[in-house]
Design a protein around this ligand. Structure first.
Ligand code: NAD
Length: 486
């Protein structure tokens, strides 16, 4: 059984407390490894190493050398692609068809994208008039923020972690990463790559553990952490703000969602069904940008519901390495219990179960896994818990609407504001509706499509700040204003 260690100052280390927790494969509920849980001592050591590395060889690299290093990290991941793929699929159960197209390539690309984006970002400068007529030059420079705490979730472990580590390193920071306790493997493997490609010790550190009273909380309370970037649940974000309040630490948060899709009668129905099948069920519904609320214009409501049901019925649940598998399990037994409690709640609230709502029958070797059926409901009021709360499972509720205004009102009636999809062939309507949706990203006739140089983040309770492209600079650098009297 593999022992998964912390990675501190370029070395793999166990925890001084000897505390360990099991690493479980959610597809069959079998233990596949043991993870060393970092305590205060390891967190202190990781932050100390990260702080020292800022002034060490890492801080002395030229911009070109640092960006070349990021390219090497990406190449290092790609050189061990199959190992990353297997590690990610064992931790999550997700099908390799998905992880080999999204998680691993995007996990590697995040280093190149940010290195290329930051090679030549201009800073503002102004010539100022002064009474003596000689003027002044007022300009801005950016410097690294310092030690960045990266706290990442389990749904897209490598991709979402490197989405933060990439820009952090590109800007010259050092990082201490706390991956989710459910998915420690790919982050740990990245430690090996960092050593292989020559990233100086202390630049990238990994501590394993949980949130409260464990590595996560110790990290967010640490006095020498200069910024916290976190992706996860909204209520965890609130806990992190409270824990870090005494240190006045800056945060960048990507939080929960309850994302709507609006399907107009003038859409390309086949494409809307195909797109909504992906947005509701991809990664077993465990995508922050996924659709859990679908609003369909009444004249095509029955057709759409029947089409989505047909399409979802074609999803193949199975083992990660089976080429035919298109949907894996949920991440854990605990999450399965949560999702099933919503399946029960939907029925109690009066839903019509169009599809699923139960636990599927799986072959004996997978029978103990965290499997749930893809599920579609109709008939619930907008006030139902299942329509209001983030479930984070392979399920959606479909509601009819009569007017554009009504659809927009229902779509916006949520505390979240992460993402939305609009399906229409009417270009004016597409722009009009997209402009009125309260969300960080709105897709028209698509889903999960984005140039990585554009902004990413949520409004309302879905996040604080924006990451992506030059937008990440705001969090990962300190902007200094210099004014030189001539
Ligand atoms: P989570 O909030 O339970 O955990 C995320 C990370 O935070 C884990 O590493 C966990 O150990 C750590 N953590 C938990 N409590 C903590 C504490 N008190 N202090 C410090 N660290 C703590 O989230 P999850 O269950 O791993 O992921 C699912 C959630 O993430 C969903 O709500 C989903 O919408 C959200 N998510 C959002 C985005 C986005 O970009 N907005 C992307 C992916 C997932």
């Amino acid at each position: 059984m593999q022992l998964i260690k912390n990675f501190i100052n370029g070395e793999f280390v166990e925890s001084s407390s000897q505390k360990r927790f099991p690493n479980i494969n959610p597809a069959n509920n079998k233990q596949i490894g043991e993870v060393c849980e970092a305590g205060q001592e390891e967190v202190d050591a990781a932050v100390k190493a990260a702080k020292a590395a800022l002034k060490g060889p890492w801080g002395k690299l030229s911009l070109a050398e640092r960006m070349a290093m990021l390219h090497k990290i990406a190449d290092g991941i790609n050189a061990r692609f199959d190992e990353f793929l297997q590690a990610e699929c064992l931790d999550t159960g997700k099908p390799k068809s998905l992880a080999s197209h999204i998680d691993i390539p995007r996990g590697a690309a995040n280093f190149k994208v940010f290195a290329d984006a930051y090679k030549s970002v201009p800073n503002e400068s102004f010539m100022l008039d002064t009474p003596d007529g000689k003027g002044a030059l007022n300009y801005a420079v950016r410097s690294p923020k310092g030690v960045i705490a990266v706290i990442s979730p389990w749904n897209l472990p490598l991709l979402l972690m490197t989405w933060k580590v990439g820009p952090a390193l590109a800007c010259g920071n050092t990082v201490v990463v706390k991956p989710s306790e459910e998915t420690p493997r790919t982050t740990t493997l990245l430690g090996e790559v960092m050593n292989e490609v020559g990233v100086p010790p202390g630049v990238f550190n990994v501590i394993h553990g949980f949130g409260p009273d464990s590595a996560g909380e110790f990290l967010t309370q640490h006095a020498d952490v200069d910024g916290i970037t976190f992706t996860g649940e909204t209520r965890t974000g609130a806990a992190i703000i409270k824990a870090s309040a005494d240190e006045i630490c800056q945060v960048s948060f990507e939080l929960g969602g309850k994302n709507p899709a609006i399907i107009f009668a003038d859409c390309d129905l086949e494409k809307a069904i195909e797109g909504t099948t992906r947005s509701a069920f991809a990664n077993c519904g465990q995508v922050c940008l996924g659709t859990e609320r679908v609003y369909v214009e009444r004249s095509i409501f029955d057709k759409f519901v029947a089409g989505l049901k047909d399409s979802a019925q074609n999803l193949q649940l199975g083992a990660w390495d089976d080429e035919c598998t298109s949907m894996g399990p949920l991440i854990s037994q605990e999450h399965k219990a949560k999702v099933l409690s919503y399946y029960e709640r939907a029925v109690e609230e009066g839903a019509t179960v169009v599809l699923g709502g139960d636990v599927p029958e799986m072959p004996s070797e997978l029978a103990e896994g965290a499997w749930v059926s893809p599920t579609i409901w109709t008939g619930l009021p907008e006030t139902a818990a299942v329509v209001k709360e983030e479930i984070f499972g392979p399920c959606c509720h479909i509601q009819p609407f009569d007017t554009e205004e009504q659809a927009i009102e229902m779509a916006n009636d949520t505390q979240y504001g992460l993402a939305a999809s609009v399906w229409t062939e009417n270009t004016s309507r597409a722009h009009r509706v997209a402009g009125q949706i309260e969300a960080g990203i709105v897709w028209v006739n698509s889903w999960f499509l984005r140039d990585l140089r554009t902004s990413f983040g949520g409004s309302k309770q879905s996040g604080i700040g924006r990451e992506g492209g030059v937008h990440s600079l705001e969090f990962y650098t300190e902007l200094k204003n210099i004014c030189v009297k001539l």
